[in-house]
Design a binder for this molecule. Sequence first.
Ligand code: FE
Length: 211
Amino acid sequence: MAEKTPHAHGAALSEMDIRVRALETLLTEKGYIDPAALDAIIETYEHRIGPHLGARVVARAWADPAYREWLLRDATAAVAEPPDFGFVGRQGEHLVAVENTPGQHNLVVCTLCSCYPWPVLGLPPAWYKSAPYRSRAVIDPRGVLADFGLTLPADTRIRVWDSTAEIRYLVLPMRPPGTDHLDEAALAALVTRDSMIGTGLARAPGAGVPA
Ligand code: FE
């Protein structure tokens, strides 16, 4: 299927792209899928669902102790039920929130493939799906965190959570100091995607927005 020699046209397509396109064309021709419906799903996950939703969950947990307790007890319900959240989407049906503390830092991986809490974080970043991250997160989590520029105190335990098709994890990062005066919206702005995977921390106020 793949050309071994340089190809003069369509060079931007990888073998996987070609396979996906061929499959989509075939399924469309046979009437099994509607391209417009596919586009709507992709649009939803690319633009409407993303880590800004998870950031709102984290900010509320920081601001509201009762909500935090609910999130840690039953994240699936705590994320789905509040009317102003009402997140929808696949791959988050059984969500578990794990809380970072001074004594324990949580890191999420899917060693098998790329399971990820889509409704709260959107689509996973490419590195999350990469073989080096998936294997090293388990073998050498401290080394992986160092690659992300994150060095934790030596006495902070790192717990690695392996996602599956049934259970997806959301890290509840520690609330940065100096944020007592901030409301939920301002708190949410400090919550990065990586801080909810465990490869980063929440930003300190005034620290600027990383690229
Ligand atoms: Fe997976």
